[in-house]
Design a protein around this ligand. Structure first.
Ligand code: AMP
Length: 181
């Protein structure tokens, strides 16, 4: 992606100060998603390193990871696996608790969502502290997934999430980075 396209992608993300609580700069990707060429660019760039990597499934984290992950899965001719907030999936699940930049939660996957050894990439819109993505990695690995990488539109490097995932042996790729929280 050239620097002009990168800047346009970055500019298409709206910032909402003090949402959902004071002190948080919320990076709102609805403005990116609503813009056809920016949505297309983000999906192409997220998929690009993996077009010949034999990715069998893309796992997306609820909710914004579904929008991006579904499109990336289609682009890679891969299946899509939803990682959801607890209580939403109808069949047998595996569950993990995790802490967010602004709270605590639990997430689940269907126990039969993938087979051991499957080649997976994980997708979400943003990595901050890495707590959410780390929990998703734990869930995927509990089912035997081979996680090739975790991929995000946005990294907030000062919060250390990418380093946290890399310490678990998961390569991290983000399209843009913002300073601060
Ligand atoms: P974390 O677990 O701290 O890496 O937080 C990542 C998750 O929380 C992602 O699913 C993001 O969508 C959401 N999130 C955390 N911080 C922000 C932020 N500043 N702006 C938008 N979304 C955020």
């Amino acid at each position: 992606m050239d620097t002009q396209a990168l800047q346009a992608l970055k500019d298409s993300i709206r910032v909402i100060p003090d949402y959902p609580k004071p002190g948080i700069l919320f990076r709102d990707i609805t403005t990116l998603l609503g813009h056809a060429s920016m949505f297309g660019l983000a999906v192409e760039e997220l998929a690009r390193p993996w077009t010949a990597a034999g990715v069998e499934r893309v796992a997306g984290i609820e909710a914004r990871g579904f929008i991006l992950g579904g499109a990336v899965a289609h682009r890679l001719t891969a299946g899509f696996v939803p990682i959801r907030k607890k209580g939403k999936l109808p069949h047998d699940t595996v569950r993990v608790a995790y802490s967010l930049e602004y709270g605590l939660d639990e997430m689940e996957m269907h126990r039969d969502a993938l087979s051991p050894g499957e080649r997976i990439i994980l997708i979400d819109d943003l990595i901050a502290t890495g707590g959410t993505a780390e929990a998703a990695v734990r869930l995927l690995r509990s089912l035997g997934a081979e996680i090739l990488a975790a991929c995000f539109v946005i990294d907030l490097p000062e919060l250390g999430g990418a380093s946290r995932l890399e310490a678990l042996g998961v390569p991290v790729r983000a399209l843009v980075a913002f300073q601060g929280h």
